[in-house]
Design a protein around this ligand. Structure first.
Ligand code: PRX
Length: 648
C-alpha cells in the first residue's frame, strides 16, 4: 500500500478545486424528483445499508429472471471469495434478449448505430435476438463449449455486442480486448485466457482512416499460437490475408445452414464465469478480472435503473467502447436487461467537426448521455458555439465516469449541454466492481466534482492506514467494507493475486481496498482524489506504470525505465517516462520518438508517454523499488517529502 504523503499531493489543483466546490450545491428540480424512478431513494439508501443482503435479495427478484431460484443470497464462508445468489440458475442472454421476445418489446428498438461516415443500422429486440442466436450457433459449430474462452478484438460495431451476447448465451466466457491495443497486448491476453477462437474485424474506422485490426490480430496469433480459428467481421473491406483452415469470414459463416436463428440459452449457475476483462495493475502482467453470471446482472441492472432512471421512451447513449467495463456493463448488458433503446456511435467525438456528438444528440433525440470527463474537456476546448448550434432539448440526464471530473468541466457540461436542467450523475466505480459504487441518483443534490454518496447497499468509506475513519476533508484510503453482487470474483488463473491485490491492505478488517485515495467532506460527500498505486489514468484509460516500463525496456537501447503520471488539463494525466540507456547509447530526440513508436506497437497508442527523459540513475529504496513519488515531486516542483528510505 502506498503511503499518503501530505507533502506530495497527487494533484494540488484538485485540492483547491474541491475546497471551492464543496459548498456549491445543486438541488434537483421538483419535476426531476417527482419523475424519478425512486423519489425516496435517500431513505431507501439508509435502510439498504442496515441490511445489504435484504436489499440485494429484493433487487435480484425484481430485476432479472431466474430459471431456478437461489437458495442463499450471500455465502461468506470462504472470504474474500464471496458467492452471491447461491444455487440460482440464469443466463444473461435470457434476461437481455430471450424474455423480451415474448413481450411487446419484441418490436422495440434495442440498438441504433451510426457509423463514422453516417451510415445507420438499427436492431429491434427480435432482430438482435436472431443475430445473437445465429452467431451462437456459429460458435458452437467451431467447437466452442460451455466454460471455453473466446477472445474478441473488434472496433465499435454492433457485431461486437452480438459476439459477446452469443458467447454468453452458450455458456462460454468472453474476453474482449479493446480495439486500440496492439500485438503484444492482444497476444498476452489471448495466451492468458487460452482462447482457441478469436473474433475480429478486417479493420476499424477512426477519423476517416482505417486501422488494420486483422494484421494486428495475425501478429498476435503468431505470438500466441493457442488460437485455432479466427472469425473476421468485414467492416472496412480492406484487403486482408485470410489463412486457409484458420480464418473465416463472419458473413460467410452466418450464411451457412448451421447459423440457425434458434438457440437455447445455456442454463448457468449464478457463480459460473461470465467474462474476463483484462485491466492494469501494479505489475506488467495482464490482470484478468473475472465476473460471474448472477450477481453481476443484478448489480448492473439495479444501478442503471436507479441512477439513470431509464424509462421505455428513453434513448440511452453510453459513449464508451464495448471493450472496457463501462461498455460491458452499460452499453451491452444492462440496457438490454432493462429493455431500453441504446444509441451507439462508431467514431470519434469531433469527427469530421467538433459538433458531431451534439448533432447526434439532436438527430436521434438522445435523452441520457453518459461519457468521460476527458471527452467533455476535449469538446469544451472548441468553445460552446458548436454545441449551441444544436437542439439539445431532448436531454434530461447526463453522466460521467472514469476519472475525477474537474468542477470547471462539470459546470460547462451542466450549463452548455444540460442547459442547467439536467442533473449530472458522476459515477465512481472500477473494472473490479462491475457496476456503479459511489454515485448520485437524480434526486440527490449535487456538488460539481463529487461522486456524492455510496449507492444503496454499498458500504464505502474513507479510512486511515490503521482502518480508523478519516475526519471530514482528510485524505485517506477508499475502501468497501461489505461485499456487493457485482464484485469481481477472482483474477483469472491467479486467486492469490486477487487476495494480495485487493484484500491484503485491510486484511484484519476484511475490507476491499480500491487503490484510490479520497476524502469525505462535512456533508459526507465523497471526493475521489486519484489512484494511490502504480496505476495511471490517461484520458480515463487505465494503464499500469509497469506495463509501460516493460514495453520500454523491451527496446534494445533501454536498460531501465520508470513512468509516472503527471496532471494534464485535457487528459487528466499524461505519462512521463525516465529511461536509463544501455552503455554506449546516447539519448536524442529521434531515440525518444523511436521509443514512443515502440510503446505504440507493444501496447497501443493510449500508452505512449507524452515525454521521455534520459537519465543516469533512478531514485530507489534500499530494497531496490523505484520511488516514483520522488520523480513526480520533481516534475511538479513540489517538496520531495520523506526520503529516509532512499538508497542513494
Ligand atoms: O481511479 C478511479 C477512476 O478509475 C479507476 C477505475 O478504472 P477502470 O477499472 O478502468 O474503470 C473505469 C470505468 C468504471 C478508479 O479506481 N474512476 C472511475 N470513475 C471515477 C474515477 N475517479 C473519479 N471519479 C469517477 N467518477
Amino acid at each position: 500500500m502506498s503511503e499518503l504523503d501530505p507533502n506530495v499531493h497527487p494533484d494540488a489543483k484538485r485540492e483547491v478545486e474541491i475546497l471551492a466546490a464543496e459548498s456549491e450545491l445543486y438541488a434537483p428540480a421538483a419535476e426531476v424528483v417527482s419523475n424519478a424512478y425512486l423519489p425516496d431513494y435517500l431513505a431507501l439508501r439508509q435502510s439498504a445499508l442496515a441490511d445489504i443482503t435484504a436489499f440485494w435479495d429484493a433487487r435480484a427478484t425484481e430485476m432479472i429472471d431466474w430459471y431456478e431460484p437461489y437458495a442463499q443470497v450471500l455465502d461468506d464462508s470462504s472470504k474474500p471469495f464471496y458467492k452471491w445468489f447461491v444455487g440460482g440458475k440464469t443466463n444473461i442472454a435470457h434476461n437481455a434478449l430471450d424474455r423480451h421476445i415474448k413481450t411487446w418489446r419484441k418490436n422495440k428498438l434495442a440498438l441504433i448505430w451510426e457509423a463514422e461516415d453516417g451510415e445507420q443500422r438499427t436492431f429491434s429486440y427480435f432482430r438482435l435476438w436472431q443475430e445473437v442466436n445465429r452467431f451462437a450457433n456459429v460458435l458452437k459449430s467451431m467447437g466452442v463449449k460451455k466454460g471455453d474462452t473466446v477472445t474478441i478484438y473488434m472496433g465499435r460495431v454492433p457485431e461486437l455486442s452480438i459476439a459477446m451476447l452469443a458467447t454468453a448465451k452458450i455458456g462460454a466466457i468472453h474476453s474482449v480486448v479493446y480495439g486500440g491495443f496492439s500485438e503484444q497486448a492482444l497476444a498476452s491476453r489471448i495466451e492468458d485466457a487460452q482462447s482457441k477462437v478469436l473474433v475480429t474485424c478486417d479493420g476499424a474506422w477512426l477519423r476517416g482512416k482505417t486501422i488494420n485490426l486483422k494484421d494486428i490480430a495475425d501478429e498476435a496469433v503468431r505470438r500466441s499460437p493457442v488460437v485455432q480459428s479466427v472469425i473476421v467481421y468485414q467492416r472496412t473491406k480492406q484487403t486482408v490475408r485470410m489463412e486457409q483452415g484458420r480464418d473465416y469470414w463472419w458473413h460467410e459463416l452466418m450464411a451457412l445452414p448451421i447459423a440457425s436463428s434458434k438457440c437455447t440459452s445455456e442454463v448457468m449457475d449464478a457463480e459460473d464465469p461470465l467474462f474476463i476483462l483484462y485491466t492494469s495493475g501494479t505489475t506488467g502482467r495482464p490482470k484478468g478480472v473475472l465476473h460471474t453470471c448472477g450477481g453481476y446482472q443484478v448489480h448492473i441492472a439495479t444501478t442503471l435503473q436507479y441512477v439513470f432512471d431509464l424509462k421505455d421512451d428513453d434513448r440511452w447513449w453510453c459513449a464508451a467502447d464495448q471493450g472496457w467495463i463501462t461498455g460491458h456493463s452499460y452499453i451491452v448488458y444492462s440496457p438490454l436487461i432493462l429493455g431500453a433503446t441504446s444509441f451507439m456511435y462508431e467514431g470519434s467525438p469531433d469527427f469530421p467537426y467538433p459538433n458531431r456528438w451534439w448533432s447526434l444528440v439532436e438527430k436521434y433525440g438522445i435523452t441520457i448521455l453518459y461519457t468521460a470527463p476527458t471527452a467533455i474537456r476535449g469538446l469544451m476546448r472548441y468553445g460552446e458555439a458548436w454545441a449551441n448550434r444544436h437542439d439539445l432539448s431532448s436531454l434530461r440526464l447526463l453522466g460521467t465516469v472514469g476519472e475525477p471530473i474537474n468542477p470547471e468541466a462539470w459546470r460547462w457540461y451542466h450549463r452548455v449541454i444540460g442547459k442547467e436542467r439536467c442533473p449530472i450523475m458522476d459515477t465512481w466505480w472500477q473494472t473490479e466492481t462491475g457496476g456503479f459504487m459511489i454515485t448520485p441518483t437524480p434526486v440527490v443534490p449535487l456538488k460539481p466534482g463529487s461522486a456524492t454518496l455510496p449507492f444503496a447497499g454499498i458500504d464505502a468509506d474513507v479510512v486511515r492506514e490503521d482502518g480508523t475513519p478519516c475526519d471530514a476533508n482528510e485524505d485517506g484510503y477508499l475502501v468497501i467494507r461489505q461485499p456487493w453482487p457485482g464484485m469481481a470474483r477472482t483474477i483469472w488463473g491467479d486467486p492469490e493475486r486477487y487476495v494480495q491485490q485487493y484484500w491484503s491492505d485491510f486484511a484484519k478488517q476484511g475490507w476491499y481496498f480500491t487503490g484510490d485515495s479520497a476524502r469525505k467532506d462535512q456533508d459526507g460527500y465523497f471526493w475521489i482524489i486519484g489512484r494511490m498505486d502504480d496505476v495511471i489514468k490517461v484520458s480515463g484509460y487505465r494503464l499500469g506504470t509497469a506495463e509501460v516500463e516493460s514495453a520500454l525496456v523491451s527496446h534494445k537501447d533501454v536498460a531501465e525505465a520508470a513512468c509516472i503520471g503527471v496532471p494534464d488539463e485535457l487528459r487528466g494525466n499524461v505519462i512521463h517516462a525516465f529511461c536509463i540507456l544501455n552503455n554506449g547509447v546516447n539519448g536524442s530526440d529521434s531515440l525518444a520518438d523511436a521509443l514512443k513508436q515502440h510503446v505504440r506497437t507493444e501496447i497501443g497508442p493510449i500508452a505512449v508517454p507524452a515525454k521521455i527523459n534520459f537519465v543516469d540513475s533512478l531514485p530507489k529504496t534500499r530494497s531496490g523499488k523505484i520511488m516514483r513519488r520522488l520523480l513526480k515531486a520533481q516534475v511538479l516542483g513540489q517538496p520531495i517529502g520523506d526520503t529516509s528510505t532512499l538508497a542513494d
